[in-house]
Design a protein around this ligand. Sequence first.
Ligand code: SF4
Length: 362
Amino acid sequence: MLPLLGKNLPEIQDIVLQLGMPKFTAKQIAQWIYEKRVRSILDMTNLSLTNRQKLIDAGYEVGIEDPMDAAHSKDGTIRYLFDSHRQKGDKPANDADASVPGLPIETVYIPEHDNRATLCVSSQVGCKMACYFCQTGKQGFNGNLTTNQILNQIYAIPESDTLTNIVFMGMGEPLDNWTEVQKALEIITAPWGMAWSPKRVTLSTIGQMQHLPDFLNQSQCHLAISIHSPFADERAELMPVQRAYPMEEVLTLLHKYDWSHQRHLTFEYIVFRGLNDDARHAHALIKLLSGLDCKVNLIRFHAIPDVDLQTSDPTQMEKFQSILNEHGLTTTIRASRGEDIYAACGMLSSLKREGKNKLSRK
Ligand code: SF4
C-alpha cells in the first residue's frame, strides 16, 4: 500500500489529478490526514464514496502504523519502538542507503510537569556520524527514514494529541536525510498540514554543513548544535564530523543569521568528567561563541557500554555553568529523562548494547 501520510500538498494534488479527481480534494485529503488525524480513507466523509474508492483502488492508504513496543520510565518518559520496514513504493529521496527491514527505530515521549510534552523523533535508522559517546553512532548506519516514517512517530503514539514540542534529536543526523526531514518540517508547519508554529520545533545537528544553510534558509524552526568541546582536536576525537566540517566554519555561517528574535540557537554540551568540564574549557567556549545570540545547554553524559567516559559531577557542572553565566552566556543544565529505559540523550539504538571502544586521552 502507498501511504498518504508524509505527502505534501503538491504531491497530493498530483495524486488526485492523476486519478481524475478535482484539484480541491487534495486540500480536503490533507486536512483529514494532518488535522483530523483519520486512519482510514473511508473516514474522509466529505469526499464522494467514488473518490474514496478510487484512492483505495490505486493502492493508497492513510499509512499510520502503531508502535511495536513501548518502555515506560519511572519519570513518565516513554520510549516507543517502531518497525523500520517501508511500505511498498514509499522510498526516501536518497534510496542508495536502503534501511534494513525489521530494525527498530526509537522515539521518546517526554511529558513535563507544566502540561508540556516533547517528542524526540528519529530521522535515520542508526547513524553514519560515529560520535564516540553515542549508542546510535556505535550502531552504524542502516538507512534513511521516509517522511512517512518520520511523521508516523508523531501520529501513531497514543499521546499524539497532547504534544506541545517536537525535537529532531532521536536516532540519526537529521541534516544527513535532509530531503525527507525538510518535507516533514514543511508538513508540520504548513497551514494545510499540522499548522504548528516553527517555534515548537527544534532540529539538532552536529553541524552537517552540506544542508545546514538549507535548513536555515528554508525553515524558521529552532536550531541546536552539538559542540561538546571548544578545542578542535578534542572535538574531532569525540565527533569525527569536526574533520569534515570544522566548528569554525559552522560558526562563520551562524554569524550571518539574526538570532535576536524568536528563533533560538542553542549549543548542546555534554559534560564529561575530567575531559571538558574545567575552567579552561569554559573560558574557551565563551571566547568561541562570543558575538552570537545563543544559549548553552549542559547535558549529563549517560553511560553506554565500553565507552571510557563518565559524566561530570553535579558540583563541577554547576561551576562550569556559573562561569558561562557570569560572562553573559545564558546556560542551563538539562534535566536527564528516561535513563532507566535507555531513552536518555545518546542511548538510543536498534541493536543490543555491546562493543569495545576507547578514547585516546591527551
Ligand atoms: S550524536 Fe547524533 S550525529 Fe552523533 S552519532 Fe549519535 S545520532 Fe549520530
